[in-house]
Design a protein around this ligand. Structure first.
Ligand code: HAM
Length: 428
């Protein structure tokens, strides 16, 4: 075992998987930039206080934060999510509203690592600040849905809920608290502790002992104000009009404390229930204010890259893209020819690789095969003397002669002065 390895819950993403990660972000950018969202890039670190405003009743803030005091004595945390950072940036820069942004990057939470649950994980997400319109909720939920479709995922379920206005939510929390306290004996010990911190989260309990009690608990819908009920009805009508299927789940409270009105989650049906949230979000009117800004509506979502790729593997979609080069140059004269040819090919947009350390012809041809290149260019001292190069197709059934006509699939000898042009045509 090597002396050093990644620390628990952290992973190296190696090629070709890393190419899939980049494409994931590219596909996401294409979907959301098509809807007017611009990318925001914010620091990995913030003052601890930024994240404490997310709420003190959530494990993400109280138990899972990576925080430390820096050399200047500031109490700093690695970001556990990006919504609070985006709101902090909004308060700091005061951009015009509606401010529509997207982001990507790593988040850090000190969780118990398992498949689909890591201590460093990546998200893509969007946030909109300064618009309180149910049509926006629909747009946002639909963009997430469209993104999963763009990846090719089919086995995704959309869960929807509303937590009402702050006052509705507060009244509901009181009612839940009273209900669970009246039935304390039947509640699991774990849920008794949760009840003290955040009665809403008891609804999240997956323990069989709590199931009957949770099923019989008061429902949030009984507490909606007229405005909250109308907002929620409009969101549902909008989703229906777009043909996006959803399930209203009154137990969907989400793990962060800042939500008001609409909350939603995309579940991957192929994943274990403990890790099946591919992404989620909701409204968080009030978060900007709590960070010192003006009263500002906010809504967004974040989608977990790691988990969504597990779902892609389960469904056999969105495989790692091919990263093979087009041409591999085999040079048995010392390597200077390979340097010149690969440089010239790359300059005209043909990807090219080569071997190093003046290896034998056999070893270089093996490397050419491994590279996945369509063509090998072979240069020895005879070719240098004659001012030519040998072009050998490695995979193609069809080849191109130096005059541009179809070849018979075998190698050809091409004048050095025509080599780059010839390969460019053959590749295209
Ligand atoms: P979240 O539900 O905490 O929401 O995280 C969103 C997604 O990130 C999850 O659905 C999951 O796919 C992924 N995720 C979370 N924790 C882990 C982990 N330990 N390992 C792997 N993946 C994980 C938020 O972060 C909110 N900021 C979303 C939001 C944006 N709400 C409004 N705007």
């Amino acid at each position: 075992m090597p002396e050093f390895q990644t620390s628990p819950g952290m992973r190296d993403i190696l090629p070709p998987e890393s190419a899939r990660w980049r494409r994931f972000v590219d596909v996401f950018a294409q979907v959301v930039e098509g809807a007017g969202y611009g990318q925001v890039i914010s620091p990995l670190l913030e003052d601890l206080g930024v994240f404490q405003r997310i709420g003190d009743a959530t494990d993400v803030v109280t138990k899972e934060m990576y925080d430390f005091v820096d050399k200047g004595g500031r109490h700093i945390a690695l970001r556990p999510e990006l919504t609070a950072s985006v709101c902090r940036a909004f308060v700091q820069h005061r951009p015009a509203t509606p401010w529509k942004v997207w982001y990507t990057g790593s988040q850090f939470r000190y969780e118990k690592p398992q498949r689909g649950r890591y201590r460093q994980f990546d998200q893509v997400g969007i946030e909109v600040l300064g618009a309180d319109d149910p049509n926006l909720d629909v747009e946002i939920i639909a963009l997430g849905w469209e993104f999963y479709r763009a990846l090719g995922l089919q086995k995704v379920r959309l869960l929807l809920n509303s937590l009402g206005e702050p006052a509705d939510r507060a009244a509901y929390v009181d009612a839940l608290k009273a209900y669970f306290e009246a039935n304390l004996d039947a509640l699991s010990d774990e849920s008794k502790i949760t009840l003290q911190k955040n009665p809403l989260r008891v609804l999240d309990s997956k323990r069989p002992q709590d199931a009957a009690l949770v099923a019989g608990a008061p429902k949030i819908a009984q507490f909606y104000s007229e405005g909250a009920a109308a907002h929620f009805a409009a969101v549902q009508a909008g989703l229906t009009s777009l043909g996006i299927p959803f399930t209203v789940d009154t137990k969907l409270v989400r793990g962060l404390d800042y939500y008001r009105h609409t909350t939603f989650e995309y579940q991957g049906l192929t994943l274990d229930s403990a890790q099946n949230a591919l992404g989620g979000g909701g409204r968080y009117d009030g978060l900007v204010e709590s960070l010192g800004g003006p009263a500002t509506a906010g809504i967004g979502f974040a989608l977990g890259l790691d988990r969504t790729l597990l779902a892609c593997d389960d469904e056999g979609v969105f495989a790692p893209p091919a990263t093979d080069v087009s041409v591999f140059v085999v040079d048995t004269t010392g390597g200077a020819e390979a340097l010149a040819i690969t440089t010239a090919l790359r300059a005209v947009g043909v990807s090219a690789d080569r071997a190093y350390e003046n290896r034998s012809m056999k070893s270089q041809m093996k490397a050419a095969d491994r590279s996945g290149a369509a063509y090998a260019v072979i240069i020895g001292s005879n070719e240098v003397e004659a001012g030519v190069a040998v072009v050998r197709p490695l995979r193609a059934e069809r080849t191109v002669n130096p005059d541009g006509t179809d070849g018979d699939g075998t190698q050809s000898t091409v004048p050095r002065s025509d080599l780059i042009d010839h390969l460019k045509k053959a590749i295209s």
